[in-house]
Design a protein around this ligand. Structure first.
Ligand code: FES
Length: 155
């Protein structure tokens, strides 16, 4: 987001102090995270301490202070998935993407996270990519899905 757009957004929210979370959400949606320079600009424009903005950014799970990938990969490591080989699936995503849990690929395409139970235990082990549930995951599925999402992104 360029500075002029950010300044315009700040102007819009200048008189609605209660809407600061909404402002941060707009930045998060646009950038896929909250860049430090954007938070500094908001802080200066709206005269809100940077520490307060960081407080909000770390309080709400919807915000990230680190760049996140275009595609969010969530691997379930809950009990049902664990019993049916979730670790192998997670390890395969780590190997294929070349990142550790919590990291984002260098090309900015994928972020990898684990969660406890996605509510689809019947088709364990489960991975959710961009909100779409993929059940009965195998190592072969991991490679196929990564290929599909890469090609959708034109990579
Ligand atoms: S334990 Fe994985 S979906 Fe429930």
């Amino acid at each position: 987001m360029d500075i002029a757009t950010l300044d315009k957004l700040c102007d819009r929210y200048a008189h609605e102090r209660g809407a600061i979370v909404e402002l941060l959400q707009t930045i998060q949606t646009e950038e896929h995270y909250l860049p430090r320079d954007a938070l500094e600009r908001v802080s200066a424009n709206l005269d809100i301490p940077l520490s307060q903005l960081y407080g909000l950014a770390t309080f709400y799970r919807a915000f990230s202070l680190k760049p996140v990938g275009k595609h969010q990969v969530l691997c379930c490591t809950g009990t049902a998935c664990h019993v049916r080989g979730a670790k192998r699936v997670v390890d395969h995503f780590r190997r294929v993407l070349g990142i550790e849990i919590g990291e984002t690929t260098e090309d900015g395409l994928f972020s990898l996270h684990t969660v406890n139970c996605l509510g689809a235990c019947a088709v364990a082990p489960v991975a959710v990519i961009d909100g779409v549930c993929h059940g009965e995951m195998t190592a072969a599925n991991v490679e196929k899905l990564v290929r599909q999402y890469r090609s959708r992104s034109g990579e």
